[in-house]
Ligand binder design. Structure first.
Ligand SMILES: [Fe+2]
Ligand SMILES: [Fe+2]
Length: 154
């Protein structure tokens, strides 16, 4: 089914962000694993897979709307320790959340309600799962101190 060209372009832009999120979580999770932090490794490895499934849903929707999926991912920011990794991931989630919100608005304007619902679902994962979890980690670090936090993630 032919989709609205602006919606298709917008979805293509969003794919780049989801692929970046997938890869950023992938490298951070492997770094945590290398540092012996198994608990946070598992969590972040799971996030990487979830971002991959967001990209997958967008790619399938672009194909369905008779567009050509853009597979160029946005740049990633790789941290050097636990705090810079968490901060980089949080910044990325805030950025993606803004882009999804604008996408929901565009889909409304163009009357593409199925795409809108898909983006709304991804926004809920972004806000209530990924962002919320990262914000909680930053609060825990403030509360118990970095060494205790790191110990809790071994
Ligand atoms: Fe995502
Ligand atoms: Fe996310």
């Amino acid at each position: 089914m032919r989709g609205n060209p602006e919606v298709v372009d917008y979805l293509n832009m969003l794919i780049g962000g989801e692929l970046a999120a997938r890869d950023q979580y992938l490298i951070h999770s492997r770094m945590y694993e290398d540092w012996g932090l198994s608990k946070i490794f598992e969590r972040i490895d799971h996030e990487s897979q979830e971002e991959g499934s967001h990209a997958d849903a967008l790619i399938r929707r672009v194909l369905f709307l008779e567009g050509t999926p853009n597979m160029n991912r946005d740049d990633i920011e790789v941290g050097t320790d636990v705090v810079t990794c968490l901060k980089a991931d949080l910044a990325l989630e805030y950025h993606v959340r803004e882009k999804l919100a604008q996408g929901v608005k565009l889909c409304e304007e163009k009357g593409d309600y199925v795409t809108r619902d898909m983006l709304r679902q991804q926004m809920s994962d972004t806000e209530e799962d990924h962002t919320y979890w990262l914000e909680k980690q930053m609060r825990l670090i403030e509360l118990i101190g970095l060494p205790n936090y790191i110990q809790s993630q071994m």
